[in-house]
Design a protein around this ligand. Sequence first.
Ligand code: AMP
Ligand code: ZN
Length: 117
Amino acid sequence: MAGEPQDDCLFCKIVAGQIPATIVRETETTVAFRDINPQAPTHVLVIPKAHHKDAGALAAEAPQLAADVLRETRAVADDEKLDSYRTVFNTGGGAGQTVWHAHAHVLGGRGLEWPPG
Ligand code: AMP
Ligand code: ZN
């Protein structure tokens, strides 16, 4: 069911403390941790603690939680002292989604090309 922890979900396991992560921020509803394979000097993932499969599902199923995630992306950027940064929600395998628990990538600390690849 939407929002329930999934046994086979890597990010649910990080939320539960079953897999270690470098957590940089935590709220009642969200966790932010460093990406294990950083693509920029700052590469942090912001996730809802509840399981939703992607950003669109999150917004439809739990709009306030989607807002919490977005607010935390800005908080991460502020903590990292980033004037410019990019927030990315990969959705679907063709766009590079590999973990099916909604997450925002916060990327910064280097020039970011537009359009992205
Ligand atoms: P995506 O490809 O958009 O689904 O993003 C998943 C991200 O999770 C990738 O950037 C991975 O590098 C990252 N990732 C995978 N496993 C871990 C982990 N154990 N800790 C932190 N980040 C991870
Ligand atoms: Zn999950």
